[in-house]
Write a protein of this length. Structure first.
Length: 145
């Protein structure tokens, strides 16, 4: 089970040290890897328990243009079908979580209704964030600071 953290707002880049401290407290949830992304508006990070695409699924995952990124805890069961539908996109990983960012590019926030699985994610599009979790709340560990 991974852990994700996102801090959104003006001067979020000043939170980088605190982000890493928070990720340290989640290291037991994701002992395999850690990734962060920080800019003026958002600081986000993930501790990873590698299940799907163990070698290549490092997060955050970015869109083809590098403008959007996602951190996710979860598993998307229908990602093979969605990946076929999204074949016009270039995938950089075999991670089920990369599906979310490309589906967002096609459908915006409506993408959530297309996902079958257990998940919590934060997607940043360069200006705004979309935070969502699966309808049953299997992955409810989503906190904002």
């Amino acid at each position: 089970m991974c852990g994700i953290i996102a801090i959104y707002g003006n001067n979020a880049s000043h939170w980088e040290r605190d982000l890493n401290t928070m990720l340290d407290t989640l290291s037991h949830r994701g002992p395999d890897d850690r990734g962060t992304y920080v800019n003026n508006n958002i600081a986000m990070g993930q501790t990873r328990l590698s299940i799907v695409d163990v070698a290549g699924g490092k997060q955050p995952i970015f869109s083809e243009d590098g403008q959007k990124c996602i951190i996710c805890n979860g598993e998307i069961y229908n990602y093979p079908i969605l990946k076929i539908e999204l074949r016009q996109h270039q995938f950089c990983t075999n991670s089920d979580n990369e599906i979310i960012i490309h589906l967002f590019e096609e459908e915006g926030s409506e993408l959530v209704s297309r996902l079958d699985g257990m998940f919590a994610f934060v997607l940043y599009d360069g200006k705004d964030i979309l935070a969502a979790r699966d309808p049953l709340g299997i992955k409810p560990h989503l906190s904002f600071y």
